[in-house]
Ligand binder design. Structure first.
Ligand code: ZN
Length: 274
């Protein structure tokens, strides 16, 4: 499943190719995605416009057009977005193809169909959309120790569940929550009201460090972005805890422990993470 670093690497790849390109034609598949394909709005707001920029909010890709409309892409579990040269055979799981004016095609494919495409009309207010109620970006300015301490005040939730709550911080999934807390040396089950400002600072620093490292690792994996979605799988940072139960901690050799929290597998070192 693509996590924030993968979506960010895809965004950077698309940003190198898409701005300035005009959408000459749009083709959609018949299969149902998590949300219905917005065929009418694709035609009304995206067809014939030029791509201005490719942004990201949490795990949503936001392709903004020169008329102010925005094509929102969510990759779900198995979604892929790639730019293909002319003549590339169509895949069975292609759900959307944009014909661009440089003869290339932007294609969205998704085998398991948990992803979706959405169109925001020009001048849309995000507050009525799936982009509302998202907390700050973990790599953005609003993600500070003070913000986290204030948000956690008086609450007894476990730290890992808090970090995975998209209303608190956008886009941190299960794998990276485990890795971030290992790097921070904090136990995933720790009650959030008990963390000091110094410990929250460790959460912020570790989030940035782990996510940036993963983005850098993906940047080298998907260096040849054109056609990348047709060839390579999603990359993954070399993980320290996730999926490593029983294996020695890279720091102290204590076996990594696995437990279930909020229905999700959670991995940590019981010695290093207090
Ligand atoms: Zn350890």
């Amino acid at each position: 499943m693509p996590e924030l670093p993968e979506v960010e690497v895809i965004r950077r790849g698309l940003q190198n190719h898409l701005p300035g390109r005009k959408v000459l034609d749009i083709a959609t598949g018949n299969k149902k995605l998590r949300l219905p394909m917005p065929r009418k709005n694709l035609k009304k707001y995206i067809l014939g416009t030029r791509i201005k920029s490719v942004g990201r909010r949490a795990k949503f890709l936001l392709i903004t057009m020169d008329n102010g409309a925005c094509l929102v892409v969510h990759l779900g579990m198995t979604g892929r977005l790639g730019i293909f040269p002319p003549g590339t055979p169509r895949a069975k799981h292609d759900h959307l193809r944009l014909q661009l004016d440089d003869n290339m095609q932007l294609r969205f494919s998704d085998i398991r169909r948990f992803g979706f495409i959405h169109v925001l009309a020009p001048g849309s207010d995000f507050s009525n959309t799936m982009l509302a109620n998202l907390g700050p970006e973990p790599l953005g300015r609003g993600f500070t120790p003070e913000y986290l301490k204030n948000s956690a005040a008086g609450k007894s939730r476990p730290l890992k569940n808090f970090l995975m709550d998209s209303r608190i911080v956008a886009g941190i999934g299960n794998i990276y929550a485990c890795e971030i807390l290992f790097h921070a040396g904090l136990n995933p089950g720790k009650k959030i009201s008990s963390l000091s400002i110094k410990e929250w600072a460790r959460v912020v620093d570790s989030s940035r460090h782990v996510l940036r490292k993963a983005i850098a690792c993906g940047g080298t994996t998907i260096s040849d972005f054109v056609n990348a979605s047709g060839r390579s799988g999603y990359f993954q940072l070399e993980l320290q805890t996730y999926g490593k139960q029983g294996r020695p901690c890279s720091c102290c050799s204590t076996p990594i422990t696995k437990k279930t929290m909020a229905g999700r597998s959670t991995f940590f070192c019981p010695k290093c993470q207090k």
